[in-house]
Design a protein around this ligand. Structure first.
Ligand SMILES: Nc1nc2c(ncn2[C@@H]2O[C@H](COP(=O)(O)OP(=O)(O)OP(=O)(O)O)[C@@H](O)[C@H]2O)c(=O)[nH]1
Ligand SMILES: [Mg+2]
Length: 403
């Protein structure tokens, strides 16, 4: 046990001082007022004196606390030996914690490595499960810009329907791929009878800006007259653009065909009802697939009563694959049933447009392949479209060639 005197100016200050020095454990044995001398022993003043007792343990604890050796939460008495042990234990705990942390990190790292290895194995297995001949066909389809969906479906069929012996035979597989594409294409080859088979046929050509709509209208008009012996009239809703008006006027004049400029559906309906021609071809304003508002506006002009027009989408073979999807989607508000692939002479691949047509079930009506009117246009056919597929083994093309 240790005893101490605590002296302060007030009773409260004395208690505070005790608490500060020994914490809550000190016990007040007695308190009294004492007279103490001021500076130079001249002035005497009253002060409060507390006699407090502190156990040695408490004293030591508070002493250590003051020195910052043990945490304030420590309640037990700690001898110097125990202190050393405590420090040792503390050190061990720390190193244990560290080693647990290190071990955990190591374990996690090893597990991650295992998982990564498994993923790699799976990927290898998957890709190795695709025969190199299948991979080659996949690359050819990609090169022809067929869509991912088209390619995935083709690969699925190859894997599920073909025996390994066919897959192993490279040329056999190329032949299968040729037949597969041909089968799909034959489903979307349109017949231009659609614009001739009724009493009064109306065809409306829509499509993005500058794809060749007006030129194509002129080509179809000339061929309808020359080859199909049909009488033709032209209508345009693109009359306010001076250049566009002039462009179609020249063709109409040259082909001696009537040309109507329409601004509303009433204008178009009137032109159709007054016409006694077999075929009425309607040219429209090029619209960006991104300008959905303008597309809706144009749709309202093309909403015709008592007429069942064939809506045909003109799309350039040079269109980027990602734009093809958007064009097919946004022009679908017109319920177009047919497609004309323009500018085939400017592009090597038509896989993107063919994929979209297959997916959306649209028929390819014509392909245009140059600026000359009326020559540079061909009716769509399986052969014409298959001739655009590149990269299969040359023997397959020889096998399918027509002499
Ligand atoms: N190489 C090539 N050029 C073409 C073909 N068809 C049209 N063109 C050219 O493409 C350009 C645009 O043709 P237009 O007929 O005016 O196109 P459009 O779709 O009517 O254009 P907008 O009315 O402005 O939307 C012209 O220079 C045409 O000669 C084609 O099949 N091949
Ligand atoms: Mg035009």
């Amino acid at each position: 046990m240790k005893y101490d005197y605590i002296i302060a100016d007030s009773h409260a200050d004395a208690i505070m001082e005790t608490k500060k020095k020994y914490g809550d454990e000190a016990r007040i044995i007695n308190s009294k007022i004492i007279k103490t001398k001021g500076a130079f022993g001249l002035f005497k003043k009253n002060q409060y004196q507390l006699l407090v007792s502190i156990t040695d343990d408490e004293h030591l604890k508070n002493y250590k606390k003051q020195l910052g050796i043990v945490s304030t939460s420590e309640n037990k008495t700690t001898s110097s030996v125990e202190k050393k042990n405590t420090e040792k234990i503390n050190n061990n705990q720390t190193s244990n914690n560290e080693s647990i942390d290190n071990n955990t990190v190591k374990m996690i790292f090893e597990n991650l490595q295992k998982i990564e290895k498994q993923i790699n194995n799976n990927t290898e297995n998957r890709s190795s499960s695709k025969h190199k001949n299948i991979e080659e066909i996949k690359d050819i389809l990609l090169d022809n810009e067929f869509s991912d969906d088209f390619i995935n479906n083709a690969v699925k069929e190859m894997e599920s329907k073909l025996s390994l012996s066919v897959i192993e035979e490279r040329v056999e597989l190329h032949k299968w791929a040729y037949d597969y594409i041909q089968g799909k294409i034959s489903e979307i080859v349109g017949n231009d009878e659609i614009i001739y088979n009724r009493k009064k046929n109306v065809m409306i050509l829509i499509g993005p800006t500058g794809v060749g709509k007006t030129t194509t209208i002129a080509k179809i008009a000339a061929n309808s007259y020359k080859n199909e012996k049909k009488t033709v009239e032209l209508v345009t809703i693109d009359g306010f653009r001076i250049g566009a008006k002039y462009q179609l006027s020249i063709y109409a004049e040259h082909m001696k065909m009537k040309l109507h400029f329409a601004e509303s559906n009433l204008d178009i309906e009137k032109a159709i009802s007054l016409s006694d021609s077999d075929v009425i071809l309607i040219d429209t304003i090029g619209r960006s697939q991104l300008d959905e508002l303008k597309l809706v506006e144009m749709k309202s002009i093309l909403k015709l009563r008592n007429v069942e027009p064939v809506f045909v989408l003109a799309i350039s073979a040079t269109t980027k694959p990602k734009d093809i999807k958007k064009i097919f989607k946004n022009f679908d508000i017109f319920d177009f049933t047919h497609v004309i692939i323009t500018k085939n002479d400017e592009s090597e691949s038509v896989g993107g447009i063919l994929s979209a047509a297959i997916e959306k079930n649209k028929q390819i009506l014509y392909c245009t392949n140059g600026q000359r009117v009326p020559n540079d246009i061909e009716k769509s056919s399986v052969r014409l479209l298959m001739d655009r597929i590149r990269g299969l083994d040359s023997s397959i093309y020889l096998m399918n060639a027509v002499y």
